[in-house]
Design a binder for this molecule. Structure first.
Ligand code: TYD
Length: 392
């Protein structure tokens, strides 16, 4: 059942060169769907992996200290608990996680060749192909089975979930574990972060929906950690049904919380949609009032998430002059759809800037800390979550 229409949207990570801004862009209607039977929340129209993840992919995990720190902490825990185990990462990006492991017992999968090469520079073993049963068979023949399969912010990007989990099971030792982390649907509903939805984020999972789905594959969640990254994510620990691992109480705790928020009911999503429509009106009002007062607004963090907000709210360069970002692949390009220019960040970028729209709101703490000096001098950040406001 469709519950929200986020309008015509471009492909989120397709930042434009100057000579592309006048050309035709692929656009699609971003509709959000709740499946009453499976409880899965997904986007309606999807694109092939080849169209989204190729050798011009701009996203790098290592661009944020928060992510590097989160990966390091998990790596240390895993290395302590599971000594000398073989680990496979699906969607290893530039190696931000795997660089913490010995390359004799680790392997990364990253289909975007430009990003895979960045990981290889860190001496990580990488196969640059799409994750599916064919690749899983090929890897099993060459490397055998794995004890741990890890995947962060990747599985929700692949449409054919049945194939994803068949391929993982095929390569997983009987006592092996899967660790999967992705933005939490509960946090998304609580924080009104509708920008978690764009063409790459095909699914945003609740524990309720994921555990129901995994049952089909004779897999079960035995532990879940709520983590702060990406605006609140769940790190699910999954094992085969026949495994001896006991189920931790964190699973029941989160299930209860999700039930309390009625994540299994359509009315929750209908109400969410109403809040999002109000969020749009309020954000536009705040930005337009600032503009009317003659002050300049820029954006900080040219995220894929921002693409959803800007295109949904029709905020273009007449409102936000430009965005700042640290990612080399994004600098001097333009945000898809709304065509706002992205400039290179430097530590004085916020000098004399009054208002900053926080595109990378999921790194709010890291960014506000970094820009403390300017905030003290009067620079103000604007966020859309949980409701649009100027951060005081
Ligand atoms: P992110 O929120 O991880 O993802 P997505 O694009 O999937 O929505 O992207 C964060 C972006 O913000 C990324 O382009 C790097 C940029 N960034 C900065 O420019 N400065 C910073 O201090 C931080 C933390 C991020």
């Amino acid at each position: 059942m469709i519950f929200l229409d986020l309008g015509l949207q471009p492909l989120a990570n397709k930042y434009l060169n100057f000579n592309q801004i006048k050309k035709h862009e692929t656009k699609f209607r971003l509709l959000l769907d709740f499946n009453v039977k499976t409880k899965i929340v997904s986007i309606k129209k999807t694109f092939s992996s080849k169209k989204m993840f190729n050798d011009t992919y701009p996203y790098r995990s290592s661009m944020s200290e928060t992510m590097k720190d989160s990966f390091l902490k998990l790596s240390n825990k895993l290395k302590k608990k599971y000594k000398n185990k073989k680990i496979l990462e699906i969607g290893c990006n530039d190696g931000a996680f795997l660089k913490n492991f010995d390359n004799n017992c680790s392997l990364g999968i990253e289909p975007c060749k430009n990003i895979a090469n960045l990981a290889r520079k860190k001496k990580i073993n990488v196969i640059s192909e799409y994750w599916n049963t064919k690749l899983s068979n090929k890897i099993k023949l060459k490397y055998g089975k794995f004890d741990i399969v890890y995947s962060a912010n990747t599985i929700t990007h692949i449409k054919n979930l049945d194939n994803v989990f068949s391929a993982i099971k095929n390569i997983l030792e009987t006592d092996g574990i899967i660790i999967m982390e992705d933005p939490s649907l509960l946090e998304c509903i609580k924080k009104n972060t509708y920008d978690q939805f764009y063409n790459e984020h095909i699914y945003v999972f609740s524990l309720i929906a994921l555990s129901k789905f995994l049952k089909k594959h004779k897999l079960r969640i035995f532990k879940v950690d709520k983590i702060k990254v990406h605006g609140g994510s769940n790190r699910y620990f999954i094992c085969k049904d026949q495994s001896k691992i006991k189920i931790d109480k964190s699973v029941e705790n989160l299930r209860r919380e999700e039930m309390k928020f009625s994540l299994h009911k359509l009315k929750t999503y209908v109400n969410f949609a109403k809040r999002i429509k109000n969020s749009k009106i309020r954000l536009i009002k705040i930005l337009k009032e600032i503009k009317k007062s003659g002050k300049k607004i820029i954006g900080y963090g040219a995220t894929a998430k921002s693409v959803t907000i800007l295109n949904y709210c029709k905020i273009n360069s007449s409102i936000i002059d430009y965005f700042l970002d640290v990612t080399p692949e994004k600098i001097n390009k333009y945000l898809p759809g709304v065509k706002i220019k992205i400039k290179k960040y430097n530590k004085n970028s916020l000098k004399d800037i009054h208002y900053v729209f926080l595109g990378a709101w999921n790194f709010k703490n890291e960014i506000l800390k970094k820009e403390k000096k300017f905030i003290k001098n009067g620079t103000r950040f604007i966020t859309h979550t949980p409701t649009p406001r100027i951060i005081r």
